[in-house]
Design a protein around this ligand. Structure first.
Ligand code: C5P
Length: 222
């Protein structure tokens, strides 16, 4: 029996985008390949964890020994997470759509042939999956991501506090060589004391292993 940093721990990871239907053929979504979340799932398995990976629509193979659950919308993702709870560690890497259309049309919406006017789509807020799970009495050690294009560390610190997280991983998505669809990432982790730890740009696989080791260390101290 080999003891690794996450042996005996249940780790829940969200990944990928969510899709929010407008009608049977259209949806709104976010940019997200799912690569970072999948790399984290693989790294957590290597660290000895039992891993549940809840993912929106992505084109990625399931890492070995990972329990993968596919979902489409933010509400589906929250429901799947609630079924998968409890867990010791939650890493929310999904790019969840903040809003969804208030009503989903039953049939494909047609263009109005009598007018060149635009279309108004009424949107409503989606639940915040991470804040919901981090707010439960059985809350796991909770790690969020903040993908920002400006004021990165300030917005990230605010999210850490507002969502009641243990750690937040900030990444600058204005830089095209990291984040979103890229193969590499560079991150800064912020803790509750607002202490920052930076990880230099490298492949998402390497960043994932470094990040999982860092998180496991903090979890095991908690
Ligand atoms: O507020 P923002 O969307 O920037 O927060 C990002 C973090 O919150 C990510 O960890 C993301 O996975 C999580 N999140 C979530 N549910 C939402 C929105 C964001 O879990 N509805």
């Amino acid at each position: 029996f080999e003891h690794r940093a996450l042996t005996g721990r249940h780790v829940l990871i969200t990944a990928g985008p969510t899709q929010e239907n407008i009608d049977p053929v259209r949806y709104i979504t976010n940019h997200s390949s799912g690569k970072m979340g999948f790399a984290l799932a693989e790294a957590a398995v290597e660290a000895g964890a039992k891993v549940t990976l809840i993912t929106g629509p992505v084109h990625l193979p399931t890492p070995d020994r990972v329990n993968r659950i596919d979902v489409v919308s933010a509400r589906d993702m929250l429901a799947a997470c609630e079924v998968a709870m409890p867990c010791d560690l939650l890493i929310a890497a999904a790019a969840v759509a903040d809003y969804r259309p208030e009503v989903v049309a039953q049939h494909k919406m047609k263009k109005d042939p009598t007018s060149g006017e635009g279309l108004l789509l009424q949107l409503v807020r989606n639940p915040d999956i991470l804040a919901t799970l981090a707010g439960r009495p059985d809350r796991p050690f909770s790690v969020g991501f903040a993908a920002e294009t400006e004021n990165l560390l300030e917005y990230a610190s605010r999210k850490l506090r507002d969502k009641n997280l243990d750690l937040i991983v900030a990444n600058d998505v204005a830089n095209p060589t990291i984040g979103f669809n890229s193969e590499e990432n560079a991150i800064t982790v912020i803790d509750r004391d607002l202490a920052q730890t930076s990880f230099a740009q490298t492949s998402k696989g390497k960043i994932a292993r470094q990040l999982v080791a860092f998180i496991a260390d903090r979890l095991n101290q908690a």
